[in-house]
Design a protein around this ligand. Sequence first.
Ligand SMILES: Cc1cc2nc3c(=O)[nH]c(=O)nc-3n(C[C@H](O)[C@H](O)[C@H](O)COP(=O)(O)O)c2cc1C
Length: 329
Amino acid sequence: MQVLQTQIATSVLPETPPTFRVGNIPVYGDAILAPMDGFSDWPFRSICRALGSAMSYNEFTRAEFIVNAFEHIATRFTYDEAERPFVIQVYGDDPDLIIAAALRVQEMRPDIIDINMGCPARTVANRGAGVGLMRTPLKVARIFQKLSTLLDVPVTGKIRLGWEDNRTYKLIARIVEENGGALIAVHGRTQEQGYGGEANWDAIAEVKATVKIPIIGNGDVKSVADIERMKAHTGCEAVMIGRAAIGNPWIFSRLDREQVTPEMVRQMVRQHLERNQQFYGEHKGLILFRKHAMRYLALQRLPRVTRTKIILQNDAEGFLALLDEAYVG
Ligand SMILES: Cc1cc2nc3c(=O)[nH]c(=O)nc-3n(C[C@H](O)[C@H](O)[C@H](O)COP(=O)(O)O)c2cc1C
């Protein structure tokens, strides 16, 4: 089952003009959950989307796996209709494999296919994939030229600033646009910065001024005020929020962590755990939920010993009972 049907209602009326378009795809809203490997799965994405994230990017998937082992990874492409626009992200270093992979995942009926040019992990970047692609502009041109011709859906790119000695962000943005790309998401850091230091919002503004296609700004949006701050600073159409959404998906409803009540957290923990177990099965669903639970619970500043006791529960009933106790007691 690749496309789930759920009851999540979209809060935007169809008559409302879109905030921006990705090719022919209208997008309503200006804050979007970032693709995050290990986090942006159906349970978390669908929760963020229902709370106001304007579109759904899934976790990146390696082109080789899509082409050679699709049946083993097909669940990665599970989404529900209420998540649309749904974006499938692919990474790789070989243009032919990326093209074959994009054509294969297009069969899952996403609205958009995105090429990852941002992953800084050495195992990815040093072989020319992720941000490694930003060192090879001709390859990027070839990938986008082919994909924009062959695909029925828009193709987009997610970039970084490049490398400290080779900051190709403006060049790559122009290449993406000139070769049919429909949108660029820019994470304002270099490969060397990884996820540390400060994101450079001036560079995002430079990309915005360089191309006409919509730009999503990304990096260090940590609060509701940051959403407007980044938009004002860069002129970007929308912002992408990664780490700050873990433990606070309410940011997409324009609520900062301090504004979220303990009762809202308790209900969210139940809902998220339920979706995790629906998706991954009872045991695996609980285990994979721990990393989210840590972030939800840290939110309410429970004593460390209480948190640890809750997290280490091996069954959902015990987990939820302790949670209730912690909140009541
Ligand atoms: C755990 C984790 C996994 C990530 N996985 C992906 C990914 O699969 N694809 C991608 O384009 N970016 C990925 N990123 C990068 C984020 O999309 C985003 O660009 C980055 O976290 C900066 O945004 P933030 O400051 O709001 O967290 C990942 C980041 C983290 C922290």
